[in-house]
Write a protein that binds this ligand. Structure first.
Ligand code: COA
Ligand code: NAD
Length: 705
């Protein structure tokens, strides 16, 4: 047995006649330059070393290989390049085998597909998720996967970015054998020896033919049409299909060339930069200062106060995370409705065949409905989700303070209210925190964790631990009206109202916002959420509104008529017979016109481009204020808030990444130009001016925290 290049992330040793190549690049064995170099060295050694008859590739730790090193994208490329290393490995005369025990994703699966035989252990996860980063597999993956799986399944795997289990990969033809166990070296060596003993020769994926070529091409054309509709605005999906077509139509060597060209187009697209930013930002938000100093408190049993829209959704999220929940409501009727709200979610899953009645019963066994606070004496963590009224919430917190055990975490799901004021009615403000879930709470990924002045660090850490258990994406926020998301939303929503009054129709604004990449425009969102909610917020804020601020009354005129949106059959749009897609409403346009006339405004035309410049300038400016006040720790926290809570197009990376990509001087110049019309609303954020003056961008602030 010989050990070589121990400083390298690739360990090469001879075990009898088999060269065992272990990829050891924690945490997930990404294929950074040194790994590619190590793999190349192993291939050379196999070619030259008379003592070895075969090579086995395995991963150290939890992964086989999680793919390319995402941090290298956008940096100058460094040899050796994976496609060449893999082509050479595949072409060799000695057997090469991969034993996969964990994630084999992207470049990791490309390595495996270039070996001659593949073995999977139960923990294997195989996928080509490059599409999630705006890319396509660029090391022969688009050419080898159709040869192993068939053209359509390969294209679907790449377009979905999904991971296949070991079993599914075997059925799909991606792996040759499945074995039990968790030791890839032992299992792999046994497999290699079995192959050698039977005289099996290398079987090269590049030499295989794609099955049913004519049918495959027809299916790919159909897929291209469907995909264009589904992935509106995304660049790489169409390129993936083009690569698979090349695999069907061209010899391997030519297909690989085509793949390279299209890969580089994707690599150089701004979408790739936006999506890679989103990938890392999503993983950074959990890194908070409190985590350095504190450990989470234990929690297993929760109380949820209120069984309405949010209380029920949060209950489902908690039950799904394996926690127990006592739900408290005001009276017998309300708690019966609360229970129904919870069961409705599971019944929906059962109807779709995604849950069994037994699983529902097992889950509901951890749910206890109650109207008595005595039943929550022993809970570890409480989440209040009652009406958005500070007096009602204060009364609930006084009650919680009276009954809850010492050390219980007391959280509120308020959307806007002052959590410091809520904490102040208790004798234990150190235990009070904001947990701002989004609707529907069992589905939406974002969880704003709102940190009041007096909360203890271990309570903050506990909230992040709860997010992890619930598979939410947590973002740390400070206390202010609306925290990160809703505060910024209310400003760019106001910019939309100004444009509405000045001449743009709600339908034009919604269309411009959709073209930008949002699934819906702001007026559609209002119709979905219910116009009464925004109306109540405006009424609440009326007393504190700056009298000099411009106020657009159009939304009030709509709400006063009881036109709250989908739930009332009309809002900004018409929804005949419960339709979910709205129709334009001439009566709404007449109301808008009348309001303009009342204020003496002569409507003017807006292009979609101008609409978005104003919408985004208002958003970015408020983001900068939120950052400067420390409401958000870093720009990336704001990006994640908008990606996971507000439908901001992921491929743009979030509003801060968008602003950086525009160039901050351009965004500031827009704000200063708009300020000539309304200096109060368009006051440039001092932080934005400072960054421009210093020639810096928002990304330069992502390090702190
Ligand atoms: N390149 C560089 N870093 C990577 C990486 C990659 N391909 N994949 C994961 N990482 C990093 C993460 O950023 C994280 O770093 P951090 O601890 O500094 O935050 C760390 O590895 C662990 O990743 P995480 O996602 O938190 O772990 P997990 O166990 O939940 O999931 C994977 C593991 C492999 C399933 C998941 O990381 C993943 O899907 N990675 C991307 C795979 C991919 O897209 N490959 C194709 C690249 S083209
Ligand atoms: P909802 O009206 O659907 O539910 C509120 C529930 O609280 C009702 O079932 C009511 O009976 C109950 N309740 C009222 N007073 C109570 C008391 N003293 N004790 C026990 N139960 C009481 O409202 P919702 O939409 O679920 O909102 C709840 C909270 O969540 C609010 O603070 C809201 O701002 C916040 N929120 C809502 C959304 C959303 O989109 N709906 C999103 C995020 C946060």
């Amino acid at each position: 047995m010989s050990e070589q290049a121990s400083a390298s992330p690739v360990h090469i040793r001879l075990d009898g006649e088999v060269l065992v190549v272990t990829i050891d690049n924690p945490p997930v064995n990404a294929l950074r330059q040194a790994v590619r170099a190590g793999l190349q060295e192993a291939v050379e050694q196999l070619e030259q070393d008379a003592a070895s008859r075969a090579m086995l590739i395995v991963g150290q730790g939890k992964a086989f290989i999680a793919g390319a090193d995402i941090r290298e994208f956008g940096k100058p490329p460094m040899a050796p390049f994976l496609p060449e290393v893999l082509n050479r490995m595949e072409a060799g005369g000695k057997l090469v085998v991969a034993a996969i025990h964990g994630p084999a994703l992207g470049g990791g699966l490309e390595v495996a597909m270039a070996t001659h035989y593949r073995l999977a252990l139960p923990g294997a996860k195989l996928g080509l998720p490059e599409v999630n980063l705006g890319l396509l597999p660029g090391a022969g993956g688009t050419q080898r996967s159709p040869r192993l799986m068939g053209a359509l399944p390969a294209a679907e795997l790449m377009l979905s970015g999904k991971h296949l289990s070991a079993k599914a990969a075997l059925a799909a033809g991606l792996v040759d054998k499945l074995v039990e166990g968790d030791d890839p070296v032992a299992a792999g060596l046994a497999y290699v020896r079995e192959l050698l003993a039977s005289g099996t020769q290398p079987r090269r994926t590049c030499d295989l033919e794609v099955a049913d070529k004519a049918a495959a091409l027809a299916a790919l054309d159909q897929l291209a049409q469907d995909t264009a509709k589904k992935t509106r605005g995304l660049f790489s999906p169409a390129k993936i299909i083009e690569c698979v077509k090349a695999a069907v139509q061209m010899p391997f060597a030519e297909g690989v060339k085509r793949e390279r060209e299209l890969f580089l187009e994707c690599l150089n697209s701004p979408q790739r930069a936006g999506l890679v930013h989103a990938f890392f930002a999503e993983r950074e938000t959990a890194k908070i200062p409190e985590a350095r100093a504190a450990a989470p408190r234990h929690f297993a049993k929760l109380a949820i106060i209120g069984g309405g829209t949010m209380g029920a959704g949060i209950t489902v999220a908690a039950l799904d995370a394996g926690l127990s929940v006592v739900m408290i409501e005001r009276d017998a009727e309300s708690i019966a409705r609360g229970r129904k709200n919870v069961e409705k979610v599971y019944d929906g899953l059962i109807a779709k065949g995604r849950m069994t009645a037994e699983a529902k019963a097992a889950t509901m066994a951890r749910y206890q409905p109650s109207t008595s606070y005595d039943d929550i004496k022993d809970v570890d963590l409480v989440i209040e989700a009652v009406f958005e009224d500070i007096e009602v919430k204060k009364a609930v917190f006084k009650e919680l303070d009276r009954v809850c055990k010492s050390g219980a975490v007391l959280a509120t799901n308020t959307s806007y209210l002052d959590i410091d004021a809520i904490a102040a009615v208790t004798s234990r403000p150190q235990d009070v925190i904001g947990l701002h879930f989004f609707s529907p709470a069992n589905i939406m990924k974002l969880l704003e964790i709102v940190v009041p002045a007096k909360v203890a660090p271990d309570v903050v850490v506990t909230a992040f631990e709860l997010a992890k258990r619930m598979k939410k994406v947590p973002v740390r926020a400070g206390v202010c009206d609306g925290f990160i998301g809703n505060r910024i939303l209310s400003v760019y929503r106001e910019a939309a109202n100004y444009m509405l009054e000045d001449g743009a129709s709600p339908y034009e604004i919604d269309a411009a916002v959709r073209e930008f990449g949002y699934p819906m425009g702001p007026f559609q969102v209002s119709d979905l959420a219910g116009g009464d909610i925004g109306w109540a917020t405006r009424k609440r804020k009326a007393a504190t509104r700056d009298p000099r601020a411009r106020y657009v009354e159009i939304a009030d005129r709509i709400a006063e008529r009881g036109w709250y949106g989908q739930k009332t059959g009309r809002g900004w749009y018409l929804y005949p017979e419960g339709a979910r897609t709205g129709q334009q409403d001439p009566e709404v346009l007449a109301i808008v016109d009348a309001e303009r006339t009342k204020k003496g405004i002569t409507p003017r035309a807006f292009t979609h481009e101008e609409i978005m410049r104003r919408y985004m300038a208002a958003m970015v400016n408020e983001c900068a204020k939120v950052l400067e006040e420390g409401i958000a720790l870093r720009p990336l926290d704001i990006d994640v808030t908008f990606l996971f809570g507000y439908g901001f197009p992921r491929w743009r990376g979030g509003p801060m990444q968008w602003a950086d990509m525009q160039g901050l001087p351009k965004v500031l110049a827009d704000i200063e130009a708009f300020a000539k019309e309304d200096a109060l609303f368009w006051q440039p954020a001092p932080l934005l001016k400072k960054l421009v003056a210093e020639g810096r961008n928002f990304a330069s602030l992502n390090q702190r925290g």
